[in-house]
Design a protein around this ligand. Structure first.
Ligand code: THU
Length: 157
Protein backbone atom coordinates (compact mmCIF):
# COMPACT_ATOMS: atom_id res chain seq x y z
CA UNK A 1 0.00 0.00 0.00
CA UNK A 2 1.36 3.40 -0.98
CA UNK A 3 -0.04 6.58 0.53
CA UNK A 4 0.49 9.65 -1.62
CA UNK A 5 -1.34 12.49 -3.30
CA UNK A 6 -2.46 13.17 -6.86
CA UNK A 7 0.79 14.82 -7.90
CA UNK A 8 2.81 11.71 -6.97
CA UNK A 9 0.80 9.44 -9.28
CA UNK A 10 2.09 8.27 -12.66
CA UNK A 11 0.44 9.99 -15.66
CA UNK A 12 -1.84 7.00 -16.46
CA UNK A 13 -2.93 6.87 -12.80
CA UNK A 14 -3.67 10.59 -12.79
CA UNK A 15 -5.71 10.28 -15.99
CA UNK A 16 -7.69 7.36 -14.57
CA UNK A 17 -8.45 9.24 -11.36
CA UNK A 18 -9.57 12.32 -13.32
CA UNK A 19 -11.96 10.13 -15.35
CA UNK A 20 -13.34 8.67 -12.11
CA UNK A 21 -13.77 12.20 -10.78
CA UNK A 22 -15.82 13.17 -13.86
CA UNK A 23 -18.03 10.08 -13.39
CA UNK A 24 -18.84 11.29 -9.86
CA UNK A 25 -20.95 14.04 -11.49
CA UNK A 26 -23.30 11.39 -12.88
CA UNK A 27 -23.91 9.59 -9.61
CA UNK A 28 -27.60 9.08 -8.83
CA UNK A 29 -27.47 9.38 -5.06
CA UNK A 30 -30.49 11.33 -3.78
CA UNK A 31 -30.60 9.27 -0.57
CA UNK A 32 -27.00 9.30 0.63
CA UNK A 33 -25.75 12.42 -1.15
CA UNK A 34 -22.49 10.48 -1.52
CA UNK A 35 -21.31 10.57 -5.14
CA UNK A 36 -18.86 7.90 -6.17
CA UNK A 37 -16.98 7.68 -9.45
CA UNK A 38 -14.91 4.75 -10.66
CA UNK A 39 -12.75 4.30 -13.74
CA UNK A 40 -11.46 0.97 -14.98
CA UNK A 41 -8.41 0.69 -17.20
CA UNK A 42 -8.70 -2.31 -19.52
CA UNK A 43 -5.69 -4.34 -20.59
CA UNK A 44 -5.92 -2.52 -23.96
CA UNK A 45 -5.84 0.86 -22.21
CA UNK A 46 -9.49 1.72 -22.68
CA UNK A 47 -11.07 3.66 -19.81
CA UNK A 48 -14.58 2.64 -18.70
CA UNK A 49 -16.29 4.63 -15.98
CA UNK A 50 -19.12 3.98 -13.57
CA UNK A 51 -21.04 5.91 -10.95
CA UNK A 52 -23.28 4.78 -8.10
CA UNK A 53 -26.99 4.35 -8.76
CA UNK A 54 -29.26 4.41 -5.71
CA UNK A 55 -32.88 3.34 -5.43
CA UNK A 56 -35.86 4.09 -3.19
CA UNK A 57 -35.48 0.44 -2.18
CA UNK A 58 -32.09 1.29 -0.65
CA UNK A 59 -30.63 -2.20 -0.62
CA UNK A 60 -30.59 -2.63 -4.38
CA UNK A 61 -28.20 0.29 -4.85
CA UNK A 62 -25.31 -0.39 -7.23
CA UNK A 63 -21.85 0.94 -6.39
CA UNK A 64 -19.74 2.84 -8.90
CA UNK A 65 -17.14 0.07 -9.13
CA UNK A 66 -19.66 -2.64 -10.00
CA UNK A 67 -21.44 -0.26 -12.38
CA UNK A 68 -18.13 0.16 -14.23
CA UNK A 69 -17.52 -3.61 -14.36
CA UNK A 70 -21.04 -4.25 -15.71
CA UNK A 71 -20.63 -1.49 -18.29
CA UNK A 72 -17.28 -2.92 -19.36
CA UNK A 73 -18.78 -6.37 -19.70
CA UNK A 74 -21.49 -5.04 -22.01
CA UNK A 75 -18.67 -3.66 -24.17
CA UNK A 76 -16.99 -7.06 -24.22
CA UNK A 77 -14.21 -5.97 -21.84
CA UNK A 78 -13.36 -8.18 -18.87
CA UNK A 79 -9.61 -7.87 -18.51
CA UNK A 80 -8.45 -4.93 -16.42
CA UNK A 81 -5.17 -3.50 -15.16
CA UNK A 82 -6.35 -0.86 -12.74
CA UNK A 83 -9.34 0.91 -11.19
CA UNK A 84 -9.55 4.39 -9.66
CA UNK A 85 -12.25 5.33 -7.15
CA UNK A 86 -13.10 8.75 -5.75
CA UNK A 87 -16.06 10.00 -3.75
CA UNK A 88 -17.70 12.96 -2.11
CA UNK A 89 -19.77 15.91 -3.21
CA UNK A 90 -19.94 19.66 -2.87
CA UNK A 91 -21.82 19.12 0.40
CA UNK A 92 -19.67 16.28 1.66
CA UNK A 93 -15.93 16.53 1.31
CA UNK A 94 -14.65 13.03 2.09
CA UNK A 95 -11.32 13.45 3.88
CA UNK A 96 -10.40 9.78 3.65
CA UNK A 97 -10.09 7.81 0.41
CA UNK A 98 -13.16 5.72 -0.39
CA UNK A 99 -12.27 2.05 -0.64
CA UNK A 100 -14.44 -0.44 -2.55
CA UNK A 101 -17.08 -2.19 -0.40
CA UNK A 102 -16.95 -5.94 0.18
CA UNK A 103 -19.26 -6.80 -2.72
CA UNK A 104 -17.16 -4.71 -5.12
CA UNK A 105 -13.95 -6.31 -3.87
CA UNK A 106 -15.45 -9.72 -4.56
CA UNK A 107 -16.34 -8.73 -8.12
CA UNK A 108 -12.93 -7.13 -8.65
CA UNK A 109 -11.37 -10.38 -7.48
CA UNK A 110 -13.27 -12.30 -10.16
CA UNK A 111 -12.01 -9.71 -12.67
CA UNK A 112 -8.47 -10.17 -11.43
CA UNK A 113 -8.63 -13.94 -12.00
CA UNK A 114 -10.08 -13.39 -15.49
CA UNK A 115 -7.40 -10.75 -16.13
CA UNK A 116 -4.64 -13.01 -14.79
CA UNK A 117 -3.23 -10.09 -12.82
CA UNK A 118 -3.48 -8.48 -9.42
CA UNK A 119 -5.61 -5.47 -10.36
CA UNK A 120 -4.27 -2.17 -9.03
CA UNK A 121 -6.74 -0.16 -6.93
CA UNK A 122 -6.27 3.60 -6.62
CA UNK A 123 -8.55 5.24 -4.06
CA UNK A 124 -8.81 8.94 -3.37
CA UNK A 125 -10.46 11.44 -1.07
CA UNK A 126 -12.56 14.18 -2.65
CA UNK A 127 -9.83 16.76 -3.19
CA UNK A 128 -7.22 14.18 -4.29
CA UNK A 129 -4.76 15.13 -1.53
CA UNK A 130 -5.09 11.74 0.11
CA UNK A 131 -4.57 8.86 -2.31
CA UNK A 132 -3.79 5.20 -1.65
CA UNK A 133 -2.46 2.77 -4.24
CA UNK A 134 -3.25 -0.81 -3.36
CA UNK A 135 -4.35 -3.99 -5.13
CA UNK A 136 -7.22 -6.44 -5.01
CA UNK A 137 -5.10 -9.14 -3.37
CA UNK A 138 -4.15 -6.68 -0.65
CA UNK A 139 -7.76 -5.58 -0.12
CA UNK A 140 -9.27 -9.08 -0.29
CA UNK A 141 -6.76 -11.65 0.95
CA UNK A 142 -7.63 -15.34 0.92
CA UNK A 143 -10.48 -14.62 -1.47
CA UNK A 144 -13.09 -17.08 -2.61
CA UNK A 145 -12.99 -17.27 -6.38
CA UNK A 146 -13.29 -19.25 -9.59
CA UNK A 147 -10.33 -21.44 -8.61
CA UNK A 148 -12.41 -22.80 -5.73
CA UNK A 149 -15.00 -24.00 -8.24
CA UNK A 150 -12.49 -25.54 -10.63
CA UNK A 151 -13.54 -23.29 -13.51
CA UNK A 152 -10.54 -23.31 -15.81
CA UNK A 153 -11.72 -21.48 -18.90
CA UNK A 154 -12.97 -18.09 -17.73
CA UNK A 155 -12.00 -16.31 -20.93
CA UNK A 156 -14.10 -18.62 -23.09
CA UNK A 157 -17.34 -16.70 -22.89
N1 THU B 1 -20.69 3.35 -2.77
C1 THU B 1 -20.02 3.14 -3.94
O1 THU B 1 -20.52 3.47 -5.03
N2 THU B 1 -18.80 2.56 -3.88
C2 THU B 1 -18.14 2.29 -2.73
O2 THU B 1 -17.02 1.82 -2.79
C3 THU B 1 -18.76 2.57 -1.43
C4 THU B 1 -20.19 2.92 -1.48
C5 THU B 1 -21.99 4.05 -2.83
C6 THU B 1 -23.19 3.22 -2.55
C7 THU B 1 -24.18 4.27 -2.09
O3 THU B 1 -24.80 4.85 -3.23
C8 THU B 1 -23.31 5.34 -1.44
O4 THU B 1 -21.99 5.08 -1.88
C9 THU B 1 -23.35 5.33 0.08
O5 THU B 1 -23.13 4.06 0.57
Amino acid sequence: MIKCSFKDLKPYQQELLLEAEKAMDNAYCPYSGFSVGAALLTENNLTITGSNVENASYGITICAERAAIIRANALGKRRFKSIAVIAGSKKYNAKEPTAPCGACRQMLYESSVISERNIEIIISNTDKTNVIISSIIELLPLAFGPENLNNKNLNAG
